[in-house]
Write a protein that binds this ligand. Sequence first.
Ligand SMILES: Nc1ncnc2c1ncn2[C@@H]1O[C@H](COP(=O)(O)OP(=O)(O)O)[C@@H](O)[C@H]1O
Ligand SMILES: O=c1ccn([C@@H]2O[C@H](COP(=O)(O)OP(=O)(O)O)[C@@H](O)[C@H]2O)c(=O)[nH]1
Ligand SMILES: [Mg+2]
Length: 243
Amino acid sequence: MWRRRLSALLPRSPCSSSAPSSYQQQHRHILLPTPNEKPLAPILLRLFTSQAGSDGGRPFIAFILGGPGSGKGTQCSRIASDFGFAHVSAGDLLRNEITSGTDQGELILEIIREGRIVPSEITVELVRKAIESTTAKRVLIDGFPRCEENRVAFEKLTGTEPDLVVFFDCPEDLMVKRLLGRNQGRVDDNIETIKKRLKVFESLNMPVVNYYSSKGKAHRINATGSADEIFEAVRKLFSSLRL
Ligand SMILES: Nc1ncnc2c1ncn2[C@@H]1O[C@H](COP(=O)(O)OP(=O)(O)O)[C@@H](O)[C@H]1O
Ligand SMILES: O=c1ccn([C@@H]2O[C@H](COP(=O)(O)OP(=O)(O)O)[C@@H](O)[C@H]2O)c(=O)[nH]1
Ligand SMILES: [Mg+2]
């Protein structure tokens, strides 16, 4: 099921930026069913949980979403060590392509430098391979899908949907502050690129969160406290899963 041809499956609309409407900007939290830190659909969740991670089938898959600097990577490391998940960071997979100097590395660097979204053909393949090559029964996909086209491409290629989606909700000023203090020498952690990434987040990432919210799969976590405080909410959510 993982080996269908991706180019034939991609939807027509690419992941290009378009400005969010002022309604979307002002009401993005309302688009989520109920802002809370509890599972929105425990019954559905159990249903999916029982289908994943067993008998050589696919692992349990959790998409971890949120704006740049919302703390996805930080919380994923903690979930991985406390709940036995493999941590697949889409951004790290793309950066590995750059550092290993693959054919697509230059294109990826250019796109990341500009805060845009790498074509689905590239990212979905990297994510699929990472999921396939892990022996873990539970996998966190950190920072993917980044747009509706990514989501559709992933779901068609793999024939599967995530079992769980976590959305780290954080105000922009806090995300900017964290990114400017990240100090990892990233080409995209400068104020010009950060502004572009925030626009891309609102216009292209949020529709993915809203899509999964409408299906009762997305769980909003308030990402404003300390990393410890946020992880308390995360721990509650993951403890409630039947893994
Ligand atoms: N709750 C928090 N409070 C303060 N700083 C944080 C918190 N969570 C993460 N950070 C820091 O903010 C920066 C961005 O966090 P990171 O986990 O890389 O976010 P993301 O993967 O969403 O971009 C990092 O330097 C990280 O150490
Ligand atoms: O599925 C993905 C994940 C990342 N990126 C690119 O990689 C950058 C860094 O992503 P990462 O998730 O590492 O950034 P974070 O949100 O964690 O700061 C993004 O801005 C995009 O340019 C992408 O195109 N598709
Ligand atoms: Mg990250």
